[in-house]
Design a protein around this ligand. Structure first.
Ligand SMILES: Cc1ncc(COP(=O)(O)O)c(C=O)c1O
Length: 397
């Protein structure tokens, strides 16, 4: 199977981990030899309720028995999709009352950028250095990492960059700006949280100049930081909210959310302003609805902050210089890239799944399922400390 994987499936790095999967349940992924791997990554923050949560499986199975796909987005009334968007609206600020469901995070970003240009009649988009918003052409254009972009130029025009958390840059937002797009917490950059009232200042400047604020919560959304959406920590709300990853606890989905009035721009002049065949798919919407209901009913969001404290109390070691992030979106900052590689690869051998962050070579990602138990956290952290001790002794000897 592994040979065929390398032969027939496109690769994105020269050395994929290539773990051969049998099945997954809760906080564990099982390989074909029957080994259980403790998952501290959750499919890169996607499996919020762990692997194969029974409520999600049940909702998917029930919907599969009824219908899977009947029409392109937005033409027919499909119960799981309507119920889901209604529930989302009830949990969000009043101006975020209309959801456009798509198939992935990057596609949701594309929709948000198009909507911002259409609503404001302006073209300039301001993004942040080290931002990651996805891999399609529009999202790539607002990515703040030139080294990964230059091979694909020319990208879409009229994009400028500011430095995240730098208040001096805020004045670059001006009356020609259609939108400012920011991750509420920068992911690929190393889980960088916004300082003090930085986001409030951005919000205020956008209001002054008539620019829209797009917040990308594809990663921090759905409880991972201890609130349903991370912007709730900072006492602001975006004009367009972009979500994805953990929404369906492991199925492909994304969405952009704005006011009904703004969204109306997509149905007129030109009509069909943004279309998708599978966006809003009822099976995926059923999984989204089940995920959200579990998050609202059970204590996972609240417990996220307790679990963060537990991680921070256990991960004390001379090689760990800092732990960045919030809730269950944590980055261990190590001294060198070599230690990072040593830790991630040694952990893989010891059946603990860790991963890298996109643009920060000294960071190790910890973003486990929100359902992870305290005992599982303890076991994984103990393993991390042992591995780091091992690195110290190899370098000392
Ligand atoms: C903040 C953020 N935005 C956008 C994306 C793109 O989402 P997708 O991979 O579903 O296209 C990601 C994915 O890692 C992300 O973390």
């Amino acid at each position: 199977m592994k040979e065929d994987f390398f032969k027939y499936q496109a690769q994105t790095t020269p050395h994929p981990l290539a773990l051969e999967i049998s099945h997954a349940k809760g906080s564990y992924i099982y390989d074909i030899d029957g080994n259980a791997h403790l998952d501290f990554v959750a499919g890169v923050s996607a499996c919020s309720l762990g692997h194969c949560h029974p409520a999600v499986i049940k909702a998917i199975e029930e919907q599969l028995q009824k219908y899977m796909h009947v029409m392109v987005y937005g033409e027919y009334v499909q119960k799981p999709t309507v119920e889901y968007t209604k529930l989302l609206a009830s949990l969000l600020p009043a101006k975020l009352d209309t959801t456009y469901l798509v198939n992935s995070g990057t596609e949701a970003i594309e929709g948000a950028l198009k909507l911002a240009r259409r609503v404001t009649g302006r073209s300039q988009i301001i993004s942040a250095e080290h931002a990651y918003h996805g891999s399609t052409m529009g999202s790539l254009s607002v990515m703040g990492f030139e080294e990964r972009k230059k091979a694909f130029r020319p990208l879409i025009p009229d994009i400028s960059f500011i430095n995240f958390n730098n208040e001096n840059d805020i004045s670059k937002i001006n009356k020609e700006t259609a939108a400012v797009i920011l991750e509420t917490i920068q992911g690929g950059a190393g889980f960088i949280t916004p300082n003090n009232d930085y986001l409030q200042k951005i919000r205020q400047r956008c209001d002054e100049v008539g620019a829209l604020l797009i917040l990308d919560e594809i990663q921090p959304g759905f409880g991972r930081t201890g609130k349903l959406f991370a912007f709730e920590h900072y006492d602001i709300a975006p004009d367009i909210l972009v979500i994805g990853k953990g929404m369906a606890s492991g199925l492909p989905v994304g969405a952009f959310i704005a006011s009904n009035q703004m969204m109306a721009c997509l149905k007129d002049k030109p009509k069909l302003g943004h279309i998708t065949t599978f966006g809003g798919n009822p099976v995926i919407a059923a999984a989204c609805l089940a995920t959200l209901k579990v998050l609202l009913k059970e204590q996972h969001i609240k417990e996220t902050l307790e679990k963060e404290k537990l991680f921070r109390s256990l991960l004390i070691h001379p090689s760990i210089k800092e732990i960045r992030g919030k809730g269950l979106m944590l980055a261990l900052m190590l001294e060198t890239t070599e230690i990072v590689n040593y830790l991630v690869l040694s952990a893989a051998k010891k059946k603990l799944i860790l991963f890298w962050l996109l643009f920060e070579p000294k960071a190790v990602r910890i973003s486990p399922p929100m359902t992870i138990s305290n005992e599982e956290i303890r076991q994984g952290c103990e393993q991390i400390i042992k591995i780091l001790n091992g690195y110290q002794s190899t370098t000392v000897n």
